[in-house]
Design a protein around this ligand. Structure first.
Ligand SMILES: [Zn+2]
Ligand SMILES: [Zn+2]
Length: 281
């Protein structure tokens, strides 16, 4: 058995209460695993964080008249208290909006860019002339093109669970006006470049569940699509490029990197070489 281990579990999105389903499916198994490893003499740490960015949080904070910083601070504290009440014992519970994660995400983006895995492309995006802002993801509400349910988000129909290609009868979720379409420049991650490496990883890894493996292998077979990793909103980690500072990274680009940035901070703060420990664990 490896003498060092870092255990993580899915980051709770900082916009609502933890419920029993979260605890049973995600946090309790990881907590049990950590306790078991510690009893076996493994130097094990359970690291988690609140997932602080994204349009659902920004929209909700605007509705409640709070800044997004205030909004996620409340939920980060509340989640930590609820987990503690359940005796879920994180060694460290941090946040994706930490200065350490910001620095790490920008570093990873630069590395990917220098390696040729990032490109810029113009896209057409909904824009509200009334609110004077772009309307990504949840900022647009309309009719689901598949099941015809009304008042559904442009990035997810909560009735049928599908992601609409293009929402019908779109309107701004803030003011209700129909949006116009505007051109904006975004950064894309060349996911395709990693098809072969991912296939090899899936093939060789003995610890993955078979059906999960199949599921992801099918995605790769169908052809991975490049991924729009930026958004024209104010709440997020700024894109570290001159002239692009009004854009931020999509939450799914920054949040998984918080496992590493949070673990490394915790380890460094406790007198260890965080990077070395992460790579050895
Ligand atoms: Zn639908
Ligand atoms: Zn509007």
């Amino acid at each position: 058995m490896n003498s060092k281990a870092i255990i993580t579990s899915a980051l709770p999105y900082a916009n609502g209460e933890i419920h029993l389903g979260h605890v049973a499916s995600t946090y309790l198994p990881a907590d049990v695993t950590t306790r078991f490893l510690k009893q076996k003499g493994v130097e094990a740490y359970y690291i988690c964080a609140s997932d602080d960015f994204g349009t659902p949080i920004l929209i909700q904070s605007e509705k409640e008249g709070k800044t997004p910083e205030e909004y996620v601070e409340y939920w980060n504290k509340r989640d930590a208290e609820d987990f503690a009440a359940f005796n879920i014992e994180f060694d460290f519970f941090y946040r994706t909006s930490s200065p350490e994660n910001k620095e790490f995400v920008q570093y990873v983006f630069k590395k990917l860019e220098n390696a040729g895995h990032i490109y810029e492309n113009d896209i057409i995006q909904f824009y509200c002339n009334n609110d004077k802002k772009f309307l990504p993801d949840r900022y647009v509400i309309g009719i689901c093109p598949y099941c015809k349910s009304e008042e559904q988000y442009s990035d997810l129909c909560e009735k049928c669970g599908r992601v609409p290609e293009e929402i019908e009868n779109p309107h701004c979720s803030i003011c209700g006006q129909p949006p116009v379409k505007e051109k904006t420049s975004h950064y894309f991650f060349k996911l395709k470049n990693f098809s072969e490496k991912l296939s090899q990883y899936l093939e060789e890894n003995q610890n993955l569940q078979k059906d999960v493996k199949k599921y992801v292998q099918n995605w790769i077979k169908e052809g991975l699509t490049d991924w729009d990793i930026t958004r024209d909103i104010s709440w997020g980690i700024p894109v570290p490029i001159d002239g692009m500072n009004d854009k931020v990274f999509y939450g799914w680009f920054d949040n998984h990197l918080a496992y590493i940035s949070s673990a490394v901070k915790f380890l460094n703060d406790n007198g260890k070489d965080g990077k070395k420990f992460w790579n050895e664990s």
